[in-house]
Structures are given as structure tokens and as C-alpha cells.
Design a protein around this ligand. Structure first.
Ligand code: PGA
Length: 251
């Protein structure tokens, strides 16, 4: 019922030239894989060239962040109107933005509403730290992040969103959560919370990704979990083997 979705978060990697050369290589191969959606999220500067390079394929393009205002005196920021038409997706509330750049639940919620108002699909990131995980606080913390992120959304707005559950301790560390662990948290702390907020039909329509050290070697395990609909992939999305990862995600 939910089409699986794998997105590559390139973070602060690849110049515009390198980005275009890379997507020219992988886009035709990704385009040929049926039964799954895929997207790449390059740095802002590479987005126009990457969007042009993937045009005519089913590969989507996303931004890694966005400000919620449409224009004005916000030095260094990029607005939803600037992304609209170039991108289909925008990653919001990534743990690196929360930890390194002071993003709050409230700001993430404003960005989600702004993205939806401009026909962008938010990829809403949530996830607990190692300390919270070890203290047994995962469920309460992640549920709280989901409630805060989705505050004020209508059912149809919520249904458009993608959620990425990314335990912070698993990002870039090679220490991935087990598929069972990730599947359980996604069910209890994301899908069940969305059901409580928006009802079962809407919650069942929302795609939920796992993220954190996902590779072509472990993606199939995650996809075998009923509530995991794909992955947000960092390091493994920078290499041509990203195509193998996407292929292995189709069960
Ligand atoms: P990783 O990053 O796959 O390199 O762990 C995931 C992410 O930060 O989205």
C-alpha cells in the first residue's frame, strides 16, 4: 500500500560538478528499478544542476533544510519559494541541524507547515541520543518529537509527510539499530502516535523511514519490518553502490 522510499542525504559533500557527474551515472539505473521511489538530497548549490540532470527520470530531488519565511532579512537562509519547482522533498529537523545549529521542535514545526504550503514534501527527522536510549527514554522522547513536529497539521497535510526515525547514536557510526529494534520504535513511537493524532487511515498512509548507518548489506532487514517503508541514507548514498542499496530495498 505504501510505496517504499529511499532518500540519499549527501550532507555537506560534492561540488555541483561532482554532483552532476554522479547523478548522471546513477539516475538511469535508479530509474530502471520498479516498485520504489528514490531521491537524492544534494547541498543547495548543486540542486539546480542535479534537478536538470535527473529530469525525465523518476529520481526525486530534495533539499537538506529550509527556512520557514518566504523572503526577507534572513542572511544565509533559503526559502520554500526558492526550492519550489526545483525540489520535491525537503529534509527537516535532521539531528545534525538540531544538535549543531540549534533547531527546535517549534522551528521544525513551522518549517513543515511552510514546506507543505509550497508543495514540498517534508522528510521529518526524529530520533533519540545514546544517553536517552540508555536511560530508557526513547519512546517518550521520540513520541514527543513526533507530536511537536505534526502540531497543527490537517489529516491531508500529515498524509503527505515522510518521517525518518534516526537514532542519533546510529548516524555515521557504523552502529545501526537492529531491524527489530528500529521496527518496534517506529511502530510504538511514530506510527501509533500518528494514529492517535490523525486516525488510522492517515497514519497508515504515511511513509516512515529508518536512518542510521544503512547500507546495501542491511537494508533488506529493515525493509522486512512491516512499519519500515524505506531509509534515509547518509554515507552510503555518496557512492555508486547506492543503486544496489535501492535495488536491495525492493522485496
Ligand atoms: P548515515 O547518515 O547513513 O551516514 O548514518 C544518515 C543520516 O544522517 O541521515
Amino acid at each position: 500500500m505504501r510505496t517504499p522510499f529511499i532518500a540519499g542525504n549527501w550532507k555537506m559533500n560534492k561540488s555541483p560538478d561532482a554532483a552532476v557527474a554522479f547523478v548522471r551515472e546513477i539516475a538511469p539505473l535508479l530509474d530502471a528499478i520498479d516498485g520504489i521511489d528514490s531521491a537524492v538530497c544534494p547541498p543547495y548549490l548543486a540542486i539546480p544542476a542535479v534537478a536538470a540532470a535527473v529530469a525525465g527520470t523518476k529520481v526525486g530531488v530534495g533539499a537538506q533544510n529550509m527556512y520557514f519565511e518566504t523572503s526577507g532579512a534572513y542572511t544565509g537562509e533559503i526559502s520554500p519559494t526558492m526550492l519550489q519547482g526545483l525540489c520535491r522533498y525537503v529534509i527537516l529537523g535532521h539531528s545534525e541541524r538540531r544538535a549543531l545549529f540549534g533547531e527546535t521542535d517549534e522551528g521544525v514545526n513551522k518549517k513543515i507547515l511552510a514546506a507543505l504550503a509550497h508543495n514540498l514534501t517534508p522528510i521529518v527527522c526524529v530520533g533519540e541520543s545514546l544517553t536517552q536510549n540508555e536511560a530508557g527514554e526513547t519512546q517518550s522522547f521520540v513520541s514527543g518529537q513526533v507530536r511537536a513536529a505534526f502540531a497543527g497539521l490537517s489529516d491531508w497535510q500529515a498524509a503527505v509527510c515522510v518521517v525518518a526515525y534516526e537514532p542519533i547514536w546510529a548516524i555515521g557510526t557504523g552502529r545501526s539499530a537492529s531491524a527489530q529494534q528500529a521496527g518496534d520504535i517506529i511502530r510504538t513511537s511514530v506510527r501509533d502516535v500518528l494514529t492517535d493524532l490523525f486516525g488510522s487511515d492517515t497514519a497508515q498512509a504515511i511513509r516512515i523511514q529508518y536512518g542510521g548507518s544503512v547500507t546495501e548489506g542491511n537494508i533488506a532487514d529493515y525493509m522486512s519490518q512491516p512499519d519500515i517503508d524505506g531509509a534515509l541514507v547518509g554515507g552510503a548514498s555518496l557512492k555508486p553502490t547506492f543503486v544496489d542499496l535501492v535495488r536491495s530495498a525492493v522485496i
